[in-house]
Design a protein around this ligand. Structure first.
Ligand code: C5P
Length: 225
């Protein structure tokens, strides 16, 4: 059976990872959440004191990039891979609002992007992969067999993220989450290096108007293997 590459891009909290996980599971493919990689680099920068309220030591972060090891390890109990930063499982830490508040600034740095893009291309070189992010269909796999671009209204997205964070016991307000979603979208679409943009050949889905199930079925129909 022929293996293909599926690229899923879009704004934050549009349900990219839910769709990508379902597709990977259905097809027996590897799922890669590239946002987790940018989040792990951000967590590293926070832990080293390179980034904090009102300051950001980009030089030091770039200098220490070679010491950052990112590995995905499949967790059979969860059914998906978890992010390891220098051999430590950071899956929980990278999902906090603090990391969300800094991640888009870290993702603007070209040196960070080229390191992660190279690793992502390596992971996908044998196809049979579903990857989600912001630049997968445009930069990481411009020749992907199927490209999906997901959107949803900011309010729908903030509500989704807010519920997720609440479930985890994170003490955030809805306004804080909405502000974060809007800020990240702004930075992600306006940065110089690999801005978030729909690839010409991507198929767009507005997640606030159709159900998850409907969307999954529509995407499946687009896959011809
Ligand atoms: O997907 P998630 O919302 O976890 O991504 C977190 C952030 O990482 C995004 O807001 C964006 O700034 C950055 N990112 C990126 N390129 C990717 C994936 C994520 O710039 N391919």
């Amino acid at each position: 059976k022929k293996k293909i590459t599926i690229a899923i891009d879009g704004y934050s909290s549009t349900g990219k990872s839910t769709l990508a996980k379902e597709l990977a599971h259905h097809l027996g493919y590897v799922y890669v959440d590239t946002g987790a990689m940018y989040r792990a680099v951000t967590l590293y920068a926070m832990q080293k004191g390179f980034i904090g309220i009102g300051f950001f030591d980009i030089k030091s972060l770039v200098a220490s990039l070679p010491t950052i090891k990112l590995v995905f390890k499949f967790n059979p109990d969860l059914g998906f891979a978890e992010m390891y930063l220098n051999d430590l499982n950071v899956e929980k830490e990278i999902r906090t609002i603090e990391v969300s508040n800094y991640v888009s600034q870290v993702a603007e740095i070209s040196e960070v992007r080229s390191k992660l893009v190279e690793q992502q291309q390596e992971m996908g070189k044998n196809k049979g992969i579903v990857m989600d992010g912001r630049d997968i269909g445009t930069i990481v796999f411009p020749n992907a067999d199927l490209k999906i671009f997901m959107t949803a209204s900011p309010l729908t997205r903030a509500e989704r993220r807010f519920k997720e964070l609440q479930k985890k016991g994170d003490q955030v307000t809805f306004d804080e989450v909405l502000k974060n979603v809007e800020q990240r979208d702004y930075i992600d679409t306006h940065r110089e290096d690999s801005p978030l943009v729909k690839a010409k050949d991507a198929i767009e889905f507005d997640n606030s108007t159709i159900s998850k199930q409907e969307q999954f079925e529509k995407v499946l129909k687009l896959i011809h293997i």
